[in-house]
Design a protein around this ligand. Structure first.
Ligand code: NDP
Ligand code: TDO
Ligand code: MG
Length: 281
């Protein structure tokens, strides 16, 4: 049995149909703010592999709750990874573009220096480091700008705001790859099998949707596919102040996905079901 930490999140919900026999541990069974209890669950259930699909993902709120976020995003993955190492089973963990400072216009390689610009990114960086230090065979999949029909994400925020207003001001100087949660779920399953088969594939991978765009471009594509006449005005980040600073350059070089037999998904092909759900609700 495969053990997935997380049941209600965007990626966890896309993992469910791919892994019908997996055990999905919700917060009530495995609270990541209690790392020891999460590690103990591995000793109890004795899974053959583990995927961590839960995290503290409220980027702005993390500025005020960095201690809680660091238990969930830093210490819990470390404790889970240590239990995986002890049991000799592989682990897949998900991280974020927000570990990068985001200077320049190049696409980041997995080995590039990290320098998180915000509290969420610092806690995710701590989780990555703890997984690497554990000695467990692992894949860390860094992704970005996740969206799906479930949970909170930018696509659903735009559809909601676009139904209330004729024009929106959206930041245009942050560039990245919107990523469908379904593609991340597929990569989790694929990488878990790959590292179980070949330990040499252990390491850090990048997966984001193509093409890279600004948040404003992303919004325009959403309204275009939704057939909605909402004007999107490009603004610089400075005109949209938020508690957490976001990286300007979130481009991820995803070429090592080839080692897993995967490629970047075209995110534009994943919007329609979300738009249809929104229209029906
Ligand atoms: N969302 C994004 O844009 C991005 C996400 N990522 C990473 O991808 C991974 C999956 O994210 P995503 O699917 O979007 O997550 P969501 O934001 O959709 O959901 C977060 C999930 O984590 C759970 N969770 C939060 N705190 C705890 C806790 N203390 N104990 C147990 N469970 C908890 C939530 O459970 P509950 O329902 O109980 O609150 C929920 O299931 C995470 O590692 C995230 O850092 C990376 C890049 C971008
Ligand atoms: C609602 C709104 C947002 N924005 C901007 C703010 C921000 O720069 C950008 C996206 O805002 P959000 O709050 O949706 O995105 P945010 O929560 O920062 O999304 C991040 O979540 C974490 C978990 C990650 O790991 C990242 O990869 C990334 O997906 O859009 C506007 O410019 N205008 C608006 O009206
Ligand atoms: Mg958010």
């Amino acid at each position: 049995m495969i053990l997935v930490f997380g049941k209600t999140g965007q990626v966890a919900r896309e993992l469910a149909p791919l892994l019908p026999d997996a055990h999905f541990a919700a917060r009530s069974e495995a609270d990541l703010s209690r790392p020891d209890e999460c590690a103990a669950l591995i000793r109890t259930l004795k899974p053959v592999g583990v995927i961590i699909a839960a995290a503290y993902t409220a980027v702005d709120k993390a500025e005020d709750e960095e201690e809680l976020a660091s238990h969930v995003n830093g210490e819990a993955p470390g404790a889970i990874a240590a239990a995986c190492a002890e049991a000799g089973i592989p682990l897949v963990h998900i991280s974020t573009d927000y570990v990068f400072a985001g200077e320049g216009e190049y696409a980041h390689q997995p080995g590039d220096e990290i320098a998180p610009p915000n509290a969420y990114g610092r806690t995710k960086a701590a989780g990555e480091a703890a997984v690497r230090a554990s000695g467990a065979d692992h894949a860390i999949i860094r992704t970005s700008w996740v969206f799906s029909p479930h949970g909170n994400n930018f696509v659903k925020t735009m559809l909601r705001l676009g139904s209330e207003r004729d024009s929106l001001r959206i930041v245009a100087d942050q560039i990245g790859g919107p990523t469908p949660a379904a593609a991340i779920a597929e990569a989790c399953v694929r990488s878990l099998a790959a590292i179980a088969e070949d330990k040499a594939l252990s390491g850090t991978y990048h997966l984001s949707g193509a093409p890279d765009v600004s948040w404003a471009d992303f919004a325009r594509e959403i309204f275009s596919q939704a057939g909605r006449d909402v004007e999107v005005a490009d603004i610089p980040s400075a005109e949209f102040p938020t508690p957490a600073k976001r990286p300007l350059n979130s481009r991820l070089d995803c070429s090592s996905l080839e080692r897993l037999g995967l490629e970047r998904p075209d995110w534009r092909l994943y919007l329609k079901p979300i738009i249809e759900d929104f229209a029906a609700s």
